[in-house]
Design a protein around this ligand. Sequence first.
Ligand code: DX5
Ligand code: ZN
Length: 219
Amino acid sequence: MKFDILPSFLAADIGHLAEELRRAEASGADAIHLDIMDPHFVPNMSFGPSIVDFCRRTCPGFYRNVHLMMSRPDLYLEKFVKAGAQTVQIHVEADCDLHHELSRIRALGAKPAIVLNPETPVEILLPYLDEVDEALVMTVHPGYGGQKFIAECLPKVTWLRERRPDLDIMIDGGGNAETIPLAAKAGANMFVAGSYLFAQADMKAAVDDLRRGIAAAAK
Ligand code: DX5
Ligand code: ZN
């Protein structure tokens, strides 16, 4: 199984976005994770399709994983795919026809993924698992970077892994050198880390270190 590390661009220094993106790509990370928020779905706002387009223009070969924390992702997902989103993650808690929107994401040429908030029971994902390329188990309440990892979410990862040995399973929120190996042990193979990675003077060393921790824990 391939293990992916994804720095979250939300934690980048906003005054130096191009340098920060190049730094993330040069670290050997597998993709950039872009957190899109509407203030109805979460108590915050972040950025829109123009930042996805900025990433495509700045580092065209750096994969763009786009997390839509939105009540109505159906109204915007086409704009995000056109701006360069390669995977589009929508929440199971969103207010739209999820089967229809997941198939629309694929028809638009991107990979569809489904996301689960900490308070949502994992069984709710079952009807969608054959339609997605990736399931994302949130390990914080979405809305802000820099929060504490909720380890109680990890049994959901194991539940999914037992049922879908080949599915890409991601965790997002509070990822660092202590918590990411725990998630790997639970069965995750994709790991977002925002504030932890962007705070490193040497992001490449930190990514290498995470890879060692994941390899040891996943055995
Ligand atoms: C939370 C976002 C996360 C967050 C991760 O709303 O979906 O992707 O930015 O940041 P850290 O790793 O700092 O928790
Ligand atoms: Zn995210």
